[in-house]
Design a binder for this molecule. Sequence first.
Ligand SMILES: [Zn+2]
Length: 342
Amino acid sequence: MSSALHPWLDTPLREALSHQQAHALLVQGAQDRGPLDFSIALARAWLCETPARQRPGGLACGRCGGCHLVDERSHPDLRLLVPESLRAAAGLPADEAGESGSAKTRKPSREIKVDAVRAALEFIGLTPSRAGLKVLLIHPAEELNLVAANALLKTLEEPPGPMRFVLGCGAPQALLPTLRSRCQSVVLPRPDREAALAWLQAQGLQDAAIVLDACGGEPLRALEQAREGRDAEAWRRFPSQVMQGDGAGLAGWPLPVLVEALQRLCEDRLRQALGLPARSFPQLEPLKAPVATARMIATLTETAAWLRTRAAQADHPWSAPLAIEALLQRTRSALDARSRPL
Ligand SMILES: [Zn+2]
C-alpha cells in the first residue's frame, strides 16, 4: 500500500498537525483534492510510535510498527468508516461481509451503513490496544444518516477514552450543524499550481498546463480526463468546437464533464467581458468588437445558472446527442458577442 501523499497536500498536512487543538477534525475538500488520503495521513501521524521530538512537524516516521500497520490497514486502534464504494480508494479489501452474495452484481453502495456505524461505536468503547489513543476516520461524513450522526455526536462530545476523530467531507453544508460545530475545520486549499504541474509532468502528461487549467486547477481530475482521452489537444480544440456547435466532435464526452467545461467557458467569457484574461481556456478567442457588456454579463450569468441545473441532472440517462445539442446551442449563443453588438 503506497503511503505517499500527493505533494500539494504536504503543506496543509503540516499545518493541520501543528494547529490541531480539538480531538475532532473536519477535513473539507472536494474529492479531487484527496481528502481521504489526507485524513489517512493525519491518522498515521497520530498513531506513529516514534517519539514526537524525532519527527519534524509531527509527521509520521513511516518506519515504525504503528506506521506499518496503518499502511497495511490493519492497525487495531484505527477504524475507517467508509461506504463500500470507497473501500478500494481507502486501501481496504472489498467488504467480505457482502450482502447475500450479490456484491459482485450490484453497484457498490455509497452510503455508510448503519451496521458499520454500530461496529464503529463498539470500537470507540474499546481500550487502545497498541497506541496511546484510537482514531476513528469517517469519510464522507455527509453520508451518515441522521440516526448515525446523532449516535456519533455523543461520543464526539465526550469520548470514553483517548480518542481522535477525523471526518472527511465534500459538502459541509450537508452535515448536521451540531456535528460540524464539534470539529475543528481543515479546509484543503486548491492545489499549488507549480506542484500540480510538476506532478502531472511526472505522470507523463504532455502540455500539462492546458489540461490542468481546463480542469479547474485540480490535478487528479486533469490526469483522469487525460487518461480518458481528453488530453491537451482535445482541450485546445474545445472552445472552437463549442463556438462552431460541433456536437459530433463532442459526442463521446460524458455529460457531467461537458456541462462543467461549458460552465468554465462561460466564466472565461465573463472574465473577457470584464477585461480580464480567460483562465480555463486561454485559447478562447478574445472579444473583438466592443460589446454591450451589461447585457452579455446578464446572459452569461443566466446561462451559467441554467448549466448548473443541467449539472444536477447530468447523471441521468438523457438521450445524449440531443442533450449535447441543446447544451451547445444555448452556451454558444451566450458566448457569441455578435448577437449582442453595441
Ligand atoms: Zn511511525
